[in-house]
Design a protein around this ligand. Structure first.
Ligand code: PLP
Length: 438
């Protein structure tokens, strides 16, 4: 095995080239060590991390409390690492989640990732309702296994892998900037009516679930208009289907509340979680109302490693840290960051829209002189987004680039980030935009 203390970036990249499929090239810098909001690569360069491994290390890289909790659990020979025997961390975390989730979301099933949480949730919806059809949104992202990929509303991800799951339909997302259901008229809660139209025209009204993200992450940080999520829930229930809200990316304080649903006053029937849940250890979960969760009988769904006690112990420590200032910081720093990004939108024509909640913020970059998709101007500018991100990385700052049109700069730093670090990020973005539009 290579000695990680003496490796260089080039050597790590060579290993990746030789032994991993090329998909990994999309990712950012080779990480030797990370702490708080900083990352160090193998050549000794330091970066400010404004992406947190896509909203994973919410309470900071190598958070002491989380690391200690995981280490202690790992050394606990009584509880070991086996999910199939009842043990304290799993029970404690399930109980904790019943109090952290609103309303009567009471019972949690643990798994290893967001994709698995979504897979489990749609199986549960089918079992509970006895129906089969599932409605999700264009531009939505729910994972890459065949079931979750079927829900994911981006055909580019399915290239060469179809057919996925049968009986899945897609409706327009609540994309207020370039609203796809009402053109450039602006988007309101009424845009949820498109879901009704899809059910009426493309389904046999045998709907098991509507699955949505409360704020779309991979789609490009898309915040729905006031009242939209409530309306989606009404539609689901009117068709005897369950509402599954996918909080894999938005949960665990990311939006300045513990859950994004807390902004919208909606209690879904099933809530999927992963990413930030254990601050980097592999864990996923879905929490449901008891009546729904109990539809899974013995053997209906199980995972050997799902909810392993080490990850659950890390999750309990993560939740404590979130309540110990991280969520509050996400709220206050998020407000400041949103105001700064709004200034960039006002100052630069190429910033089509700045949008987000808490420390989940995005800058949609556009070519103001060209027409966009479906004739709605301006055009998304993915090249500009990549160029700005490259300039930022050269300046020691890591941001995400994504969105349905690959033209959104994504700012999703650890929730513990401080004002000085955010100021550095914003001024570097301003500098990079200036250099690009010059
Ligand atoms: N759901 C949402 C909303 C996501 O953003 C993601 C990942 O980005 C997933 C599901 C899949 O999660 P994972 O990568 O842990 O399988």
């Amino acid at each position: 095995m290579a000695d990680s203390t003496t490796l260089s970036n080039t050597e790590v990249e060579a290993q990746y080239d030789e032994y991993l499929p090329p998909i990994w090239k999309q990712l950012h810098v080779p990480v030797k060590h990370a702490s708080g909001a900083t990352i160090e690569d193998f050549d000794g360069n330091e970066y400010l991390d404004a992406f947190s491994g896509i909203s994973v290390t919410n309470v900071g890289h190598t958070n002491d409390a989380v690391v200690d909790a995981a280490k202690d659990q790992l050394e606990d020979v009584i509880h070991g690492c086996s999910y199939v025997h009842p043990n304290a961390p799993v029970g404690d975390l399930a109980e904790r989640l019943a109090t952290e989730t609103p309303g009567d979301l009471q019972k949690t099933f643990f798994c290893n990732s967001g994709t698995e949480a979504v897979e489990g949730a749609i199986k549960l919806a089918r079992k509970y309702t006895g129906n089969t059809e599932i409605l999700a949104l264009e531009m939505g992202f729910h994972g890459r296994t065949l079931g979750s990929l079927a829900l994911t509303g981006n055909s580019a991800y399915k290239n060469g892998m179809a057919p996925t799951l049968n009986d899945v339909v897609h409706a327009e997302p609540p994309y207020t900037y370039r609203c796809l259901s009402c053109g450039d008229e602006g988007c309101t809660a009424d845009c949820a009516d498109h879901i009704e139209r899809v059910i009426g025209t493309q389904t046999a009204d045998d709907l098991a679930a509507i699955v949505v993200e409360p704020v779309m992450g991979e789609g490009g940080i898309i915040v729905p208009p006031e009242g939209w999520l409530k309306r989606v829930q009404e539609i689901a229930h009117a068709h005897d289907a369950v509402l599954i809200v996918d909080e894999v990316q938005t949960g665990y304080g990311r939006t300045g509340e513990f859950w994004a649903i807390d902004h919208f006053d909606v209690v879904p029937d099933v809530l999927t979680q992963a990413k930030g849940i254990a601050n980097g250890l592999p864990l996923g979960a879905f929490t449901a109302r008891s009546e729904i969760a109990d539809a899974f009988g013995s053997g209906d769904h199980l995972s050997t490693f799902g909810g392993n006690p080490v990850a659950c112990a890390a999750a309990l420590a993560t939740i404590d840290e979130l309540h110990n200032g991280a969520i509050e910081n996400a709220r206050t720093q998020g407000e400041w960051l949103a105001a700064e990004l709004a200034e960039l939108e006002a100052a630069f024509d190429v910033v089509g829209q700045a949008r987000g909640l808490g420390l989940m913020q995005g800058l949609e970059l556009v070519d103001p002189t060209a027409e966009g998709p479906r004739g709605v101007a301006p055009a998304p500018d993915s090249k500009l987004a990549t160029n700005v991100s490259d300039r930022l990385r050269e300046n020691g700052i890591i941001v995400g680039v994504g969105g349905y049109y690959s033209n959104v700069l994504r700012l999703q730093p650890p929730l513990t980030i401080d004002r000085a670090q955010l100021e550095r990020i914003v001024s570097a973005i301003r500098e990079a935009l200036n250099a690009e539009v010059d």
